[in-house]
Design a protein around this ligand. Structure first.
Ligand code: C2O
Ligand code: CU
Ligand code: CU
Length: 502
């Protein structure tokens, strides 16, 4: 058989063996840009909160609550939000500031609130060990010691992160750096500095969210068949500035996007997960895995009507010939629109801010003989996995255990963490309490838009990724931080480990 025939054959036998467990054919049915008339709902912009500044610290009140949200016309969806019905406000803090939170859990279940991307003491991290019981208040307080960036926060409850985030328990956190005075970047929130939280969801007939209704979603992670941006379905944004900055979060549980515009226009990526890139880079597509963020600058012309869409990537080589898992890895092989932009009335300069200065990082510390730790990612395909038991997703052969410390790192010492993906699916690996550097992918230097501070990195099948990291500031022998796959169903099913910094 030729390769193509063989692929088709595998696909067919895979489909047959999965039978009724197959999800509907996803977004292909949802429509191409041809149905673009639908993209008319004004994009929701999350409210900003700056807290109360008193006694040398910035204090925030957050309430985790149940609500109802109308995403689709004529249907209400039970949701979870922070100070609202779905998602939370954009929390704005300044570098160098002390911040405190009163987080009240008004949900009917225990939860946690994790600060994704922050460098902070382990007891303030909001991981699975910092449970907020029903009706309880949690009051973390810490200092912001890192640079301007787009971070986020979300539930991290043990074995229940996937469903809580899916229902809406997430929001953005911006660090502003008063010392930078924005480098001439667009900063008018909601006007030319616009957050885009991209999420996929499926709905039941009664309007409720559909979560993990089949085996496919348990193994590949929850892939919804409709796209929401900031909680808006079929969204459109009326752009008013020629140069607009978008802060994009892939807030999906499992779906990986390769973002591009429908006219293939290029744009400039200025920041990755934890702040500005070494050098801004012109791209026409941007792959973003769950948990990752990117800041981009886009130029618009009067009269533009353009779509942000998912543009399928060529199939990763490692995903070939592995039967059922091959098909799972093939999620996202159809293009689909995400949102529309219209520019009827625009003003402002076309010029890119001149002082987007290179911000190169020194990775020489990782060139020496430093501690190197190896992590192997696996998915076992046994019957336990089929039954949805939480033991098939492993790091170095072990499933997550809250009572086991997997790694002990020394504060201030450079380390290399080397992740090898032995499974047929890509895994977005996230490490708490750090902005690391991607040193290499399969021995090759990272692409220029991965040369910046990162806290989440996609590891493709059969790929080895080297990360350079050094834990600063905080030490605690008893309270662990997490590192895990940010495909939330993989995390909930055990692809997570714990480390302490001493
Ligand atoms: Cu965004 Cu451990 O998580
Ligand atoms: Cu995190
Ligand atoms: Cu994974």
């Amino acid at each position: 058989m030729t390769t193509i025939q063989r692929r088709d054959f595998l696909k067919k036998s895979t489909l047959m063996s999965l039978g009724a467990a197959l999800p509907p054919l996803l977004l292909a049915a949802h429509g191409a840009e041809a149905q673009s008339n639908n993209y008319r709902n004004p994009l929701a912009i999350p409210p900003e909160v700056t807290g109360e500044y008193q006694g040398g610290r910035r204090a925030f009140e957050l309430s985790l609550e149940h609500g109802q949200t109308q995403f689709l016309s004529g249907a209400n969806t039970p949701t979870i939000g922070i100070n609202g019905a779905y998602l939370g406000p954009v929390i704005r803090v300044n570098r160098g500031e002390r911040v405190s939170f009163r987080v009240r859990n008004r949900l009917a279940a225990p939860t946690t609130l994790h600060w994704h991307g922050l460098n902070l003491p382990a007891v303030m991290d909001g991981g699975p060990h910092q449970v907020i019981g029903q009706g309880e208040i949690w009051e973390p307080e810490f200092e912001i010691r890192q640079s301007a960036s787009t971070l986020w926060y979300h539930s991290h409850i043990h074995r229940g992160t996937g469903p809580q985030v899916y229902q809406g328990l997430a929001g953005l956190l911006f660090i502003d750096d008063p010392g930078l005075v924005s480098q001439g970047l667009p900063t008018e929130y909601g006007v030319d500095d616009v957050p885009l939280i991209i999420q996929d969801r499926s709905f039941r007939r009664d309007g409720g969210f559909l979560y993990l209704s089949n085996m496919h979603d348990r193994m590949a992670g929850m892939h919804g068949n409709r796209i929401l941006v900031n909680g808006t379905y079929d969204p459109a944004l009326a752009v008013t500035k020629r140069l607009t900055r978008f802060r994009i979060l892939n807030g999906s549980n499992a779906r990986i996007y390769n973002l591009a515009f429908s006219d293939n226009r290029s744009f400039i990526q200025i920041a990755s997960d934890g702040g500005f890139l070494d050098t801004p880079v012109v791209v026409s597509a941007l792959r973003l895995a769950p948990g990752e963020r990117a800041e981009i600058l886009v130029q618009f012309d009067r009269g533009d009507r353009v779509f942000l869409r998912h543009k399928p990537l060529p199939r990763p080589a490692g995903a070939m010939g592995m039967g059922m898992m091959r098909m799972m890895a093939a999620q996202g092989t159809q293009p689909f629109p995400i949102m529309a932009f219209t520019a009827a009335d625009i003003s402002g300069d076309l010029t890119i801010p001149p002082d987007l200065t290179p911000n190169p990082t020194d990775t020489s510390a990782f060139g020496q003989t430093v501690t190197t730790r190896n992590f192997r990612l696996d998915m076992s395909m046994g019957m336990g996995m089929m039954a949805g038991r939480a033991n098939g997703f492993t790091i170095n052969g072990q499933s997550f255990d809250m009572g086991r410390i997997d790694v002990v790192s020394k504060r201030g010492e450079p380390e290399i963490w080397r992740f090898y993906n032995g499974s047929p699916m890509p895994h977005p690996i996230h490490i708490h309490n750090i902005q690391f550097r991607v040193l290499s992918r399969n021995g090759n230097p990272p692409s220029s838009n991965e040369r910046g501070p990162k806290d989440t990195v996609l590891v493709d099948p059969d790929e080895t990724v080297h990360l350079g990291l050094r834990f600063e500031h905080y030490a605690d022998e008893r309270t662990p931080y997490m590192f895990h796959c940010h495909n939330l169903e993989h995390e909930d099913q055990g692809m997570m480990g714990q480390f302490v910094v001493v």
